[in-house]
Design a protein around this ligand. Structure first.
Ligand code: TYM
Length: 346
């Protein structure tokens, strides 16, 4: 396999209600990776129209700016890294077309997220929703990125991206070699699914993922929530009647307890056994009070910074434009080389 420069890429959809799951599963990891890697973080607005069309163009623009503001408020440095919105770099959509012709219907048909989102009315789902993972593969591979920090729910999409990269490398092997790219043109991107909260669950139902689209606002902590809302949601989070266990094994059949312990561990940068050493045998009320304080200490400043940045539209738009220019400069050579490999005249 050819040598690829380590490069991190990840994306977040501007579909409203960024929540604690997005923060712990993705944004917090994005921030940490800046110390060791070159990073590209993208607001994936093309993906945001695949499931339901936005309420209005204004709503999509506002949601796009809000995700960019969240990136920066969480600690991503848009100068040292690249922060931009997907639709400004046409290479994503161009490469997605080629990948549409590499990916197989059978592969996409197996995607559980499509099945969940399309539900029973599959005939009525948009083609974009079905095709979404091919665009996601293009997002990553147009930069030939090697590492992709995501939550656990994106694991299957990352496997698909690897399958697409691999099939492209094999289908076009002769041209890839002839064009001087050696054995493989695309790296097989590695998912980085790390930490104690890769799958944060709903605060109302321990077996359901915390999600932007859950009808109950009490099911999630939004990054924009006030400190009072955070405290109230933690206090009302569903739990069982027992005290916390002292060992991890004791969490096995207790999804709500397991979820809250995972959230605490991720927010405090410790492990779940550390949390149980501190709170095991204690009552839930004591643990919840500590969790509410911790969540407020960590998320309060982010919400305040998001509010400040949201009021400065010109700054956010400038960050996205500048990021898009730098992203385009990286994507264009890939698109040109892919055209040469496939045989498109240019
Ligand atoms: P999206 O916008 O649904 O979610 C953004 C990130 O948050 C993670 N996440 C969670 N992590 C832990 N617990 C949860 N309850 C939870 N909910 C969401 C997601 O795993 C994700 O990392 N398809 C992607 C966006 C995308 C992308 C990409 C990601 C488009 N192109 C290329 C990586 C690389 C999505 O819909 O994420």
């Amino acid at each position: 396999m050819a040598d690829f420069q380590p490069l991190v890429f990840s994306g977040v959809q501007p579909t409203g209600n960024l929540h604690l799951g997005n923060y712990l599963g993705a944004l917090k990891r994005f921030v940490a990776l800046q110390a060791t890697h070159r990073c590209i973080y993208c607001v994936v607005d093309l993906h945001a129209i695949t499931n339901t069309l936005p309420e209005s163009p204004q709503a999509l623009r506002a949601a796009t700016r809000e995700v960019a503001a969240a990136f920066i408020a969480c600690g991503i440095d848009p100068q040292a890294n690249i922060v931009f919105n997907q639709s400004q770099v046409s290479g994503h959509a161009e490469l997605a077309w080629v990948f549409n012709c590499v990916a197989r219907m059978g592969w996409l048909s197996r995607m559980t997220q499509f099945k969940d989102k399309a539900g029973k009315d599959r005939e009525n789902a948009s083609v974009g929703l079905f095709d979404y993972p091919a665009l996601m593969a293009a997002d990553i591979l147009v930069y030939r990125a090697t590492h992709v920090p995501v939550g656990d729910d994106q694991k299957q999409h990352l496997e698909l991206a690897r399958d697409i990269a691999q099939k492209f490398n094999v289908d076009f092997a002769a041209a890839i070699k002839a064009e001087g790219h050696g054995e493989a043109y695309f790296p097989l991107p590695e998912p980085l699914i790390q930490g104690p909260a890769t799958r944060v669950m709903s605060l109302r139902e321990g077996k359901k993922k915390m999600s932007k689209s859950d009808a109950s606002d009490n099911s999630r902590i939004n990054l924009s929530d006030s400190t009072d809302q955070i405290a109230q949601k933690v206090r009302r989070a569903r739990t069982d009647a027992d005290n916390l266990p002292t060992e991890i094994a004791g969490l096995a059949a207790r999804p709500e307890a397991d979820n809250l312990v995972g959230i605490y561990a991720a927010l405090a940068d410790v492990t779940k056994p550390d949390v149980l050493r501190q709170f095991g045998n204690g009552q839930f009320s004591t643990f919840k009070a500590a969790l509410a304080d911790l969540a407020i200490a960590k998320l309060g400043p982010i919400a305040a910074e998001m509010r400040r940045l949201n009021a400065d539209q010109a700054y956010i738009d400038g960050v996205l434009r500048d990021g898009a220019n730098r992203a385009r400069a990286l994507a264009t050579p890939t698109i040109d080389q892919v055209k040469d490999i496939v045989g498109f005249l240019r």
